[in-house]
Design a protein around this ligand. Structure first.
Ligand SMILES: *[C@@H]1O[C@H](CO)[C@@H](O)[C@H](O)[C@H]1NC(C)=O
Ligand SMILES: *[C@@H]1O[C@H](CO)[C@@H](O)[C@H](O)[C@H]1NC(C)=O
Ligand SMILES: *[C@@H]1O[C@H](CO)[C@@H](O)[C@H](O)[C@H]1NC(C)=O
Ligand SMILES: [Zn+2]
Ligand SMILES: [Zn+2]
Length: 611
């Protein structure tokens, strides 16, 4: 058989056409992945402007495998110094504020003993104007001592804590820093009275002491005396730097606000909050708002106030800046990275790299290949849910440390969902990843009880009437009813024109394919606070606890099984047994089972089996 030349030529042309098309398609995709079409929303500047961070939990290296949060603390330092320059050039003020929780959640902070010795010096390179303490500075005495001896010394006069104290070696309690600060801003000469508050936290170490906000207001004369000493005519703005969730379902800020309003009927008040790891902005009244700036160096919070205008809408602005270089350079209005960088910022980035090398944080343990595993971006039953992965795959690999421990054929292992701090992303799994996903170091314990009782415990702890929010991750502890209501009624404060909302929604949905996934925050000013428009991630509800079940069908309810759990939730388990009218044999508490932390178990699973 003979082919004529034209046929051969056509076949070659078709083949080349297909090759060219596939190559073009590949390039197109790579281009869009690297250049998502996102028009970054500009900042609105006012007379006074604020940059706010909270709940950084040691994430100063940035997020190494998440582009949306790829800046590090050095970039952040360059960013803020560029913004300070803009403020100075325009005769406006810019203050930098941090709301605490600088430990627990990242290898950079947690791999050292005590934790924080390498991370805090990096944090301290940022020139904060005001900062306060979070509960994660108070679990361990060593951490409280670092605050007292290092941070307060370094940030002299700017470290505020109106309700937390440190116990000196001779037993005397002293304030962590100062109870308040009265100062005048450099450019607009605004007179500011500021305080620092922590929520009513009671698991502090015995070298520290927290007095509730209500107790300070009601029973410590210094507070109201200070308010009287600085009457409204001498205060242009009150600043409350707190580690307290600003949500309306958490009463502490609202009590404080009601008292401040008795002394200052129409003085402007700005609150900064933290702890629940969400982005939020609340309007308390016409002259008072509150900003909360997320978590883990994902967010730089921005808010500005125009002091002269009578119009509420013109008075306030807020933006949640994604912690990445595109956003930073956009807001600094400098397109080249070289011109954006400051010498100090570059030095700090170098210090971070050097510290990571020293601590061997990039040491690979394994590789996550199949999927990302999310805390709550997918439902709990999805194979991409990290709790699904843990209960089906990882927990069953737990074995008792003592091989002579009496064990039974069937067992249930329970963990609280708050024991996982962050999603597990595809890519290299390093020493750092372990601290990011599960930094906690608790022991496993075991009770041997009838199966009929054991299988009822998880459902009971997840019952809606059982209030044990501390078992969940912080961002799920907030009252989601309020957030949902806000989403449904759109906004609780009539600031945004609904037509604008609809127009924007339509525009966004057309562009949606090209948007990156991330936060779409609904707050009191609307839904356009995120500097980068995102395809919204959904936070699916997750329960207080999850469990793995190694249970056989057909055995009786009386069969004794092993119930294994973290000692952290022992009191919750005992409560559940009590509800089920089950009494442990006299003097019989849980037996020690294993000291292989959840994080270590995960390391070994990913190293040996892979995920
Ligand atoms: C405890 O030490 C501090 C600081 O040295 C000192 O100011 C204070 O008077 C001492 N208190 C007592 C009861 O000795
Ligand atoms: C940056 O580091 C260099 C080299 O260690 C040092 O000479 C310089 O003073 C540092 N600059 C700043 C602004 O910290
Ligand atoms: C436990 O005992 C109380 C009092 O006898 C009873 O009202 C309750 O229903 C019992 N609970 C269960 C789960 O059996
Ligand atoms: Zn926190
Ligand atoms: Zn906290």
């Amino acid at each position: 058989m003979q082919f004529d030349n034209t046929v051969i030529r056509n076949i070659i042309l078709i083949f080349l056409g297909i090759v060219a098309f596939t190559q073009f398609y590949k390039l197109y995709n790579v281009y869009y992945q690297n250049n998502p079409v996102t028009a970054i929303r500009d900042l609105t500047w006012g007379d006074i402007n604020f940059i706010h961070t909270t709940d950084t939990h040691g994430w100063y290296s940035g997020h190494l495998i998440q582009q949306s949060y790829n800046a590090d603390w050095g970039d952040f330092i360059s960013f803020t110094s560029r913004l300070k320059k803009i403020a100075d050039d325009n005769g406006q003020d810019l203050l930098l504020i941090d709301s605490g929780d600088r430990h627990d959640g990242n290898g950079l902070s947690d791999v050292t003993v005590p934790n924080g010795v390498k991370a805090l010096p990096i944090f301290m390179k940022e020139d904060y104007d005001l900062l306060t303490i979070g509960n994660h500075e108070l679990y361990l005495w060593e951490n409280s001592r670092q605050e007292y001896e290092d941070l307060i010394e370094h940030f002299k006069g700017n470290y505020l804590s109106s309700n937390v104290e440190y116990k000196l070696d001779n037993g005397t309690f002293v304030t962590f820093g100062d109870k308040f600060k009265y100062f005048t801003t450099p450019n607009k000469h605004l007179r500011i009275l500021s305080f620092g508050f922590l929520f009513d936290f009671n698991r502090f170490n015995d070298h520290s002491r927290v007095t509730s906000i209500k107790e300070v207001i009601d029973n410590q004369p210094w507070f109201k005396e200070t308010l009287k000493a600085y009457p409204p005519e001498e205060v242009d703005l009150l600043l409350l730097v707190t580690h307290v969730p600003i949500t309306r379902s958490w009463p502490e800020i609202y009590y404080l606000h009601s008292v401040l309003r008795e002394f200052y009927p129409d003085t402007k008040i700005q609150y900064f909050g933290g702890h629940s790891h969400i982005r939020d902005f609340i309007v308390l009244d016409e002259y008072a708002t509150a900003l909360q700036s997320g978590r883990y160096c994902e967010t730089v919070g921005w808010t500005s106030i125009n002091l002269q205008t009578d119009n509420f809408k013109e008075r306030y602005s807020r933006t949640y800046i994604d912690f990445n270089l595109d956003s930073f350079q956009h807001h600094a209005k400098i397109s080249s990275k070289d011109s954006f960088d400051t010498e100090k910022g570059v030095n700090v980035s170098k210090l971070i790299t050097q510290t990571r090398n020293e601590l061997k944080l990039n040491t690979p343990i394994g590789y996550v290949k199949k999927s990302n595993y999310y805390i709550d971006y997918v439902p709990i039953t999805d194979s991409k849910n990290i709790f699904h992965f843990l209960t089906k795959k990882v927990l069953p690999t737990l074995t008792p440390d003592d091989e002579n421990l009496e064990i039974h054929d069937e067992r249930i292992i329970i963990i609280n969902t708050g024991s996982i701090r962050y999603d597990l992303y595809k890519g290299p799994y390093t020493l750092d990843s372990r601290y990011i996903v599960s930094p906690f170091e608790n022991l496993w314990v075991k009770l041997s009880i009838p199966k009929g009782i054991a299988i009822q415990i998880t459902p009971l702890l997840n019952d809606e009437s059982y209030i044990a929010k501390h078992l969940k991750p912080p961002h799920q502890q907030d009252d989601s009813d309020e957030k949902n209501a806000r989403r449904q009624t759109r906004f609780s404060y009539p600031v945004l024109d609904l037509n604008d909302y609809d127009k924007q929604t339509i525009k966004n949905s057309k562009k949606k394919k090209k948007l990156t996934k991330g936060y779409v925050t609904f707050d009191d000013l609307g839904h356009e606070g995120d500097d980068t428009p995102h395809k919204a991630v959904v936070n699916f509800p997750i329960p207080n606890v999850v469990n793995s079940e190694e249970i056989k069908k057909g055995t009786s309810d009386e069969e004794i099984v092993d119930l294994i759990f973290y000692d952290f939730i022992e009191s919750n388990i005992i409560w559940a047994l009590d509800q089920l009218n089950y009494t442990l044999p006299e003097g019989k508490g849980p037996d020690f089972y294993s000291k292989k932390y959840l994080g270590t178990l995960l390391n070994e699973y990913i190293r040996d089996i892979g995920a």
